[in-house]
Write a protein that binds this ligand. Sequence first.
Ligand code: 0O2
Length: 273
Amino acid sequence: MAHRRPPYAAGVNRTAPVDPPAQPDERMRRFMLEHKFGMNEIVTKLTILQDEFTHLHDYNPIEHVSSRLKSRESMVEKMGLKGLAIAEQPSFDQIRSRVTDIAGVRVTCSFVSDVYRVCGLLTEQADVRIVEVRDYIDTPKPNGYRSLHALVEVPVFLSGGTVPVLVEVQFRTVAMDFWASLEHKIYYKYRREVPQELLDGLRDAADTAFALDSTMERLHQEVRGIDALAEPMLEQLRHGAATLPPEELVAALHDLGSGQAGGPPTGSSASTS
Ligand code: 0O2
């Protein structure tokens, strides 16, 4: 995925504040609110795509969209992991640059190709700037975790000016989501000291889930391929192909076999940028 220049300056682009300087608590509230607004913008964009696909197309690649704002406790924990001690009173810019998933959106899709397609549809929008893409589908984590993570920046338009906000968007299939939520529960149940046999089981389950994703994807492409054939040809196939010119039949079957019929999504693999 190519980097594009944002339609706004990379830094905070506010007009001079009219109000007196904010107190730390109020600044924290503002900081969290800005992330909430950015998160809501991304959710709205995805909901629009979901509604468009539902009402104007015959297929909706988005199963589910959810979002969460990181809790203060979780943020402090992650700051610690990233070497930012709260006692040292790090600046908001320092927090923003180290903890990049304060605003998180999760998109669940049916198929792996949909994951890449929806990620593309979101990140190609003019006011969405890609900061980083981590493809844990192409390169799963050692524990078996698979998802496509896109860190994006969106402009939030406030009364005092425009604020660029980072949002982490996780795209995954239903099977990947099922695995990740179980792994998350196990991880917390064992307070991160998960027995080796459970870790091995999770690793196997991740591979099984991915094998299921691959089979479902293939079947889905085959069905879409058949649907995409022209109606007269479908009619001939339904009623026996004897009257079909051999070269046309061969070409149609060839397209089906190579996955070209109906133009299935190419699933351009996102790379880390
Ligand atoms: P929560 O509860 O979602 O807030 P980094 O040091 O930058 O490489 P970072 O910042 O954790 O590591 O980034 P990464 O790896 O992209 O992970 C960000 C989020 O992805 C996590 O947020 C999880 O939501 C999810 N995630 C990543 N790895 C795993 C995994 O192995 N299992 C599960 N179940 N989820 C994972 P948080 O803050 O960890 O959690």
